[in-house]
Design a protein around this ligand. Structure first.
Ligand code: 4AD
Ligand code: MG
Length: 480
């Protein structure tokens, strides 16, 4: 008896062997053809049942969404859809799904909008689209570890509850102990949030970078891959309040080395998906194409999903300084809809996503690495350039996504860093441990952060970030 996942059975040629397969019913046609899926692949296996030989009560319970176990014989399929099918000998109902109740959910076999699916995020994983997206997501996670492990990086786990605001942007969720009796109170008897975490004010981490830097100073090259949190009330298709970030940090590497690493890493993980997620990506590519057709001509993608992915793995990313980019934007022909024309003399301003998209999608038509940003729009820890006004920052911009990576060479000089912290009113006492890295054996080092969901968006072609993470945390999706 072969007990295998559907993904393996569909590739098998062990015809006439007895098989056992468990899964959820996707459809049941003509009291004869069961399409069964077990999550191992986008493809269903067809199980052919002889209704005359099957107990009527069992037949009635083979309904969409039910969990069943089938034993039968593996046969070569005569249908053109697939090469194998199962001739059913026995069906066991493992878990019923009442059709009247199913009708009220997104399991009902009709087209549901992505918005509707989001309302039932716990069930949407049983649809083809989410099955494909989440399998690709899982493979990409593995590829992340595989890349860094092959290249001698060490995986570090940085704290989720922390006292520091790595980005200095104040977009943090505070951690509050609910044990009121043990929570410090002020003189008026009110909870003293400043001392909430055993006498200290803490928040959920916005980035593991500062801690990762301390580890790079001992392990040489490290990476984090964990959840991060941003209390930004932005309802866009690219922002989540809880997202996963990958943050490598490398000692003895400057900004050029950092750009090389980021580019090589992205190419590796995208290629990994192309090589290991063929069926899912084929499905998503078709979906992408159909969705594209519904858009106005001007907004349609020049490439299909697979072409886009191949393009990224095969072409160099364009490296452009912030100052050059501003010049390009200033000289760009005014768009009639005046959407992305950049105001003249805008040096020093942060780029809006429409500017980023113009550079990537219309001007260079390839991924772009922008570097050497004005110091005053970037975080305190970035290495000041000799011009005294720009820092060794880099952002990687992707078509359809905008910023996918943010990183920099770090300020390794203690006095320069202290001066910057003073200017920004960052308390040295809070970051004494961070400053120690600059006191004891400081060195040139660099790193970056890649938003994992934005990567998954790019690879799967999904337009909304809420559809590439199982349970999206946004101002509207706090249900689960
Ligand atoms: O540019 P950010 O804020 O950089 C940092 O946090 C640095 N400490 C990283 C480092 O150098 N180690 O964030 C990095 C990336 C962004 O480029 C974006 O891809 C993603 O994280 N990101 C978000 N993804 C989803 N939702 C949000 N709200 C995000 N904010 C940032
Ligand atoms: Mg950024």
């Amino acid at each position: 008896m072969i007990k295998a996942k559907i993904a393996e059975l569909l590739k098998s040629n062990q015809f006439l062997q007895e098989v056992e397969v468990k899964g959820w019913v996707r459809s049941f046609r003509s009291n004869r053809f069961i399409a069964l899926n077990d999550g191992s692949t986008i493809n269903n296996i067809q199980c052919v049942i002889d209704f005359e030989k099957t107990n009527e009560d069992i037949l009635k319970r083979i309904t969409v969404g039910a969990a069943i176990k089938i034993t039968g014989t593996l046969k070569e399929s005569l249908g053109s859809q697939q090469s194998v099918e199962v001739e059913v000998k026995n069906v066991e109902i493992l878990g019923d799904a009442n059709p009247e109740e199913v009708k009220l959910t997104i399991l009902s076999p009709k087209r549901h909008t992505l918005e509707k699916l989001r309302e039932q995020a716990h069930l949407r994983i049983r649809t083809n689209t989410f099955g494909a997206v989440m399998r690709v997501r899982s493979k990409l996670s593995f590829a992340v570890h595989s890349y860094f492990q092959q290249n001698n990086f060490h995986y570090v786990n940085t704290p989720i509850i922390t006292g520091s605001d790595a980005e200095g942007a104040g977009e943090m969720f505070r951690v509050t102990a609910l044990d009121i009796n043990n929570t410090p109170k002020n003189e008026a008897g009110e909870i003293d949030f400043k001392k909430d975490f055993f006498g200290k004010e803490t928040n959920l981490t916005v980035s593991g970078q500062l801690e990762a830097e301390t580890y790079a100073m001992g392990l040489g090259q490290v990476y984090t891959f964990g959840p991060t949190f941003r209390a930004e009330n932005s309802n866009t298709s690219r922002h989540l309040a809880e997202f996963w970030m990958i943050e490598p940090e490398v000692a003895f590497t400057d900004l050029d080395g950092n750009m090389d690493l980021a580019e090589d890493f992205i190419k590796y993980v995208v290629k990994y998906a192309l090589d290991n997620c063929k069926d899912d990506l084929d499905f998503l590519a078709e979906r992408f194409q159909n969705e594209d057709k519904t858009k106005p001509e001007a907004e349609r993608s020049e490439m299909g999903l697979l072409e886009k992915l191949q393009f990224v793995t095969q072409n160099n990313f364009k490296r452009v300084s912030y100052t050059e980019a501003i010049d390009i934007l200033k000289n760009s022909k005014p768009n009639k809809k005046k959407k992305f024309q950049y105001p003249i003399d805008a040096w020093g301003a942060d780029l809006q996503s429409e500017h980023e998209r113009f550079l990537v999608e219309k001007h260079f038509k390839c991924p772009v690495i922008l570097f050497d940003y004005p110091a005053n729009i970037k975080a305190f820890y970035m290495r000041l350039n000799e011009d005294g006004k720009t820092v060794r920052a880099m952002d990687i911009l992707f078509p359809g996504i905008g910023e996918i990576v943010g990183g920099s060479q770090r300020e390794e000089r203690l006095e320069v860093l202290q001066k910057k912290m003073r200017a920004l009113d960052i308390d040295e006492k809070e970051l004494w441990w961070y400053l120690d890295t600059r006191r004891f054996g400081t060195c040139v080092h660099s790193g970056f952060g890649l938003g994992f969901e934005r990567l998954v968006q790019f690879v799967t072609g999904m337009t909304n970030i809420r559809d590439v993470i199982p349970f999206p945390r946004t101002p509207q999706n706090a249900e689960f």
